[in-house]
Design a binder for this molecule. Structure first.
Ligand SMILES: Cc1ncc(COP(=O)(O)O)c(C=O)c1O
Length: 362
């Protein structure tokens, strides 16, 4: 096979190469069944084993021991459907959801709550163009709030909360772009949700970890498929899940465990991010866009001295075998997404390319 490009796409994104090889091997005959996982019934013992293994591995990685209060749902509809499900299930006009606005995705989450008349803005970074996050004590959750909502990693602006805040109301965390990038303090959350297509697997699976006391609160009239309780009662089989996506996610979780789990993942990610930010900071040519203390270890956003140079940078990088470096269409600039699966060698290749590009164009 010809060399694969270094894949810096923001999502769907790079998957661990050894997982892709493993899945290629099993695509016609999964787990010795003689059939592909894509051809199994979702109610078969074969699929039961696959989803059971996913739950077991995920709980183990998160340090959730026997008797923990979380249910795992493997849904569809993406994180965007959770923007709607969370307020539908948990908030009312008297007890709204309190949202910390740190970028495009949290704005969309609040917009869904506002459609229902159950949203409250707790903080907004819009004036600073979302280059920074609120410090401790800079935002508060009103006493009557049903939950506090944050986006832990802002994929588009390249900012990331260093840890989960302690909140008075249950914390709901959109972790779409940094789930499992390091350990997660599950004692601090009520709900974690994430689209799979960055750190967990292919697009089309949405992970929801929900604390038991937050299930069964949807008001009468909530469509069954949008009520968390429906999925819990049906043990994850209310409707046909993305069986292949869940299978692949299981392989990714096994890969994370082989690499040493979430602490090892954090170290690997921090080291990659350090290399890239180091290259940016050591030059007068590149400029990081996020505030120093709030920089993401998943999405490294930077600018060049002009938009013409940014275009050339992206084109030359592509010619050199590096794809996905264009910033989100809403903000421009450049962005290197370096999720869990991104090998350190690809980051080294990018750092070397950036150095050379600066020498030739700076
Ligand atoms: C932080 C965050 N939240 C939500 C979304 C939307 O996810 P989906 O496309 O799965 O609905 C994204 C997509 O990139 C994201 O990065």
């Amino acid at each position: 096979m010809s060399a694969r490009p270094h894949n810096f796409n923001a999502g769907p994104a790079i998957l661990p190469f050894e997982v892709m090889e493993e899945v290629r091997e099993s695509i016609l005959d999964t787990n010795g069944s003689g059939l592909s996982v894509m051809e199994w019934s979702h109610r078969s013992p074969d699929y039961d084993a696959v989803r059971g293994e996913v739950a077991e591995r995920l709980f183990r990685l998160l340090g959730l021991a026997e008797g923990h209060p979380f249910k795992l749902l493997l849904l569809q509809g993406g994180a965007s459907m959770q923007f709607a499900m969370v307020p539908m299930n948990l908030a009312t006009a008297e007890h709204p959801g309190a949202y910390v606005l740190t970028g495009v995705w949290s704005k969309k989450a609040l917009a869904e709550a506002n459609r229902l008349g159950v949203g409250h803005e707790a903080w907004s970074g819009a004036e600073a163009n979302f280059c920074k996050l609120p410090g401790e004590g800079e935002w508060s959750v009103p006493d009557h709030a049903a939950f506090a909502h944050i986006t832990t990693n802002n994929t588009i602006f390249g900012t990331q909360f260093a840890g989960l805040p302690q909140t008075s109301a249950p914390l709901v965390a959109d972790m779409s772009s940094d789930i499992l990038s390091g350990p997660i303090d599950m004692d601090r959350v009520g709900i974690v949700y994430a689209g799979a297509q960055k750190n967990l697997g292919p697009a089309g699976v949405t992970v929801v970890l929900i604390r038991e006391d937050l299930i069964g609160r949807a008001p009468k009239g909530t469509p069954a498929i949008l009520d968390y309780q429906t999925h819990v009662k049906a043990d994850g089989l209310y409707n046909t899940p993305n069986t292949f996506g869940v299978y692949l996610m299981g392989r990714v979780l096994a890969w994370i465990e082989r690499l040493g789990g979430l602490a090892a993942m954090r170290e690997r990610n921090e080291s990659k991010a350090r290399a890239l930010y180091g290259q940016i900071d050591d030059s007068g040519f590149y400029r990081g866009t996020a505030d120093l203390g709030d920089r993401s270890i998943m999405n490294v956003c930077f600018r060049l001295p002009s938009e013409d140079l940014e275009k050339k940078f992206i084109a030359d990088a592509k010619a050199a075998g590096m794809v996905g470096l264009k910033g989100h269409r809403s903000v421009g600039g450049c962005r290197a997404s370096i999720y869990n699966a991104m090998p350190p060698e690809s980051v080294s290749a990018l750092v070397a390319f950036m150095h050379e590009f600066e020498q030739n164009n700076g």
